[in-house]
Write a protein that binds this ligand. Structure first.
Ligand SMILES: C[S@@+](CC[C@H](N)C(=O)[O-])C[C@H]1O[C@@H](n2cnc3c(N)ncnc32)[C@H](O)[C@@H]1O
Length: 215
């Protein structure tokens, strides 16, 4: 799926996204932000990639500095309305930007959060490169996503649904290995979340600079 297909899909979703995916995916958002709130010091800078309509933004501690980016203007407009309506002072900026081509200098953020976006981006390798580049060495990268099921029956459904991934706006058949086995990332912890545990939260550590892999 290219960026234009993503923009088209989320332009269609924007008006109903919160009704369809708000509650369903909220436990994962709460767990991800809980980790950030419990472990990051005051004034820490957090990048949320694929921030969408900003459903997670009210959950962040007020003394953090949150920057959200997304490629969909319509989704971001909803997030901006939420920030204004709820007076969310922890949100420093919401910017239209491609996660595969981040306009931030290296090591700009203390942690990166990516919820339900890794299986949407066109080029996962480029995405990982960018989020690890803008995160400090050793910083937390929190990913929440649905990954290819270990259950044969469900995997069959995921593979069938993959044929219509453009209309869906994400890849239902999305393996976990490229993330957890990536040389720029170290898996610290993972657990299941959301309905029936079909989604997972991955707590990854950015080992880019430590591994001498920064480019
Ligand atoms: C399934 S939604 C998740 C939104 C939000 N994170 C949430 O918790 O509901 C995926 C979001 O990722 C955005 N997205 C997809 N590809 C992107 C990219 N390459 N760069 C930035 N945002 C992207 C989409 O526009 C959409 O808003």
């Amino acid at each position: 799926m290219d960026v234009q297909a993503i923009k088209n899909a989320y332009r269609r979703y924007a008006f109903c996204y919160d009704y369809v995916f708000g509650k369903l995916l909220h436990p994962g958002r709460e767990s991800a932000v809980r980790y950030i709130n419990q472990h990051l010091p005051a004034d820490a800078r957090i990048l949320e990639v694929g921030v969408g309509t900003g459903l997670s933004l009210p959950l962040y501690r007020e003394d953090l500095t949150i920057v959200g980016i997304d490629v969909s203007r319509e989704m971001l407009d909803k997030a901006k309305q939420r920030v204004e309506r709820e007076d969310l002072r922890q949100v420093a900026a919401l910017v239209e930007m491609d996660a595969e081509n981040l306009k931030f200098p290296d090591r700009s953020f203390d942690a990166v959060v990516a919820m339900y976006v890794a299986s949407v981006v066109p080029n996962l390798e480029r995405f990982i490169h960018e989020i690890t580049r803008v995160c400090v060495a050793g910083g937390a990268i929190i990913v929440v996503n649905h990954f290819t099921s270990e259950n044969k029956f469900i995997r069959g459904i995921e593979q069938k649904l993959s044929a219509v991934h453009k209309a869906l706006g994400w890849h239902p058949d999305f393996p976990i290995e490229p993330l957890v086995d990536h040389p720029r990332l170290e898996l610290v912890n993972q657990f299941r979340t959301n309905l029936f545990g079909f989604w997972r939260l991955l707590h990854l550590r950015n080992i880019t600079a430590e591994a001498g892999a920064a480019a």
